[in-house]
Structure formats: C-alpha cells, structure tokens
Design a protein around this ligand. Structure first.
Ligand code: CA
Length: 228
C-alpha cells in the first residue's frame, strides 16, 4: 500500500509541483490549502507524513504541529520562506521533524521525506544506535567512535553531543534541542557551548574541519549529521 502524504500548502503552483512529484514517487497524496482543511483531513484519514507550509491563510502552523503531536508521532516536514526563520525553529522545537527552505528542489524534498519516514520506522522498531558514513563509524552501545578505522577519543560531553545527532541522523536538530538534551533544560540559551564543542568534534572527526562532511551547520537553526 502506498504511503500517504498530506501536503498543506496554499500556493497553488508549489502545491501542484509537490503533488505531481510525490505521486510519481509512489506516494498517495492528499492536499489541503488551509489549516482548517488539514485538520479535517487529519481526523478523517490520518496520513503517514505531513508536509506543512508555514504561511497559511487561516493561521499558524505551530497550532497544527501541537495538535498533531498530542495524538501522534507522524513525521512533519515544515516548508518555509527565508524570512520565517524564527517560526520555523519554534515548529521544530514543538515536534516538527525537519524543514525545507523555499525555493527547494524536488530531489531535496524527496530526500527529507525519506529521512523523516526512516525515523518513524526506527522509532517504532528500535532506536538508532549506530551510524556509518564514509570514514566515520559510531556505535553508541559500545561508545566506539572510529575515523578511518582508528579509534577517536572523545570527552563525555563531546560523545553525548555526537550521540544526540546520531539518534537523529539526517535530520536537523535545533540549538535548543541539543542544549537541553546534552547540557540540560536550563542551558538552552548557552549557544556558545555548542559552537565550542562542535568545533572540538569537527577537529576530531572531520578531514577538513572548516568544510565539514559529517557535522553540518544549519545556519541560524542547528546542526545535522549527514547520512548521504
Ligand atoms: Ca504559503
């Protein structure tokens, strides 16, 4: 059976491009133009994934994310314009899975959806405990970190930060989420900790720390551990 995607987007052109691209990929696509329409569809036929535009005629995407998260863990990928940065971060912190900034390519959209769906699968089965890409291998169970086959020594905080990204590999994790999960909820404003520790991790794990292959910066939002 096809996976069902609900696209909530009021821009007719973008909506129809997404609809055709997703249908071609084999998804069963439903579309909604307003939050009200989306809410009605969510009650009627819950989708496997939601693509949510931020600027909608009848209200805030944030309310929809909160309402959905009260009842389900269905992946939500937010689509935003560049000037909606602050709103986008609030949605990620409220439980949206990832985001795309307009304009984006169909390839980017499909890649984000694949990652979001993979995480939904692993959340149901077992948590992610290993990560491998190119020269980097991480095993959270044994706390082993290898670069080009050689063990890398990380401090406990460096390891915790890497582990948090491994558990969300491929997805953006906001500054606030990283600070809360690694240092504690009272540290969510201490973004300089993150810059410092991310610098240390990159120095140990990246071949060219200034041009990271693994630990990617999502400007103004957070970080993402590359999976491809
Ligand atoms: Ca819009």
């Amino acid at each position: 059976m096809s996976l069902r995607v609900l696209v909530v987007e009021d821009d007719r052109e973008i909506r129809s491009v997404m609809q055709s691209a997703l249908t071609l990929e084999g998804y069963a696509v439903q579309t909604a133009v307003t939050l009200a329409e989306a809410s009605a569809l969510l009650q009627h036929s819950p989708p496997d994934l939601i693509v949510l535009d931020l600027g909608l005629p009848d209200g805030e995407g944030l309310d929809l994310v909160r309402a959905v998260r009260r009842q389900s863990s269905v992946p939500i990928v937010v689509v935003s314009a560049r000037h909606q940065e602050a709103q986008k971060i609030a949605l990620l912190d409220a439980g949206a899975d990832d985001y795309l900034t307009k304009p984006f390519s169909v390839a980017e959209l499909l890649a984000r959806l694949r990652v979001a769906l993979r995480h939904r699968g692993t959340a149901l089965a077992a948590a992610v405990t290993t990560h491998s890409l190119d020269d980097l291998h991480v095993d959270l169970a044994t706390r082993a970190v290898l670069r080009e086959g050689q063990p890398v020594h990380l401090t406990p905080t460096e390891f915790d930060l890497l582990a948090r990204l491994v558990r969300s590999a491929g997805k953006v994790v906001t500054h606030r989420q990283l600070l809360a999960d690694v240092w504690g909820p009272e540290y969510t404003e201490h973004t300089h900790y993150l810059r410092l520790y991310m610098g240390q991790l990159r120095a140990k794990l990246e071949r060219t720390p200034a041009e990271p292959r693994h630990l990617l910066t999502e400007t103004g939002v957070g970080y993402r551990l590359a999976t491809e």
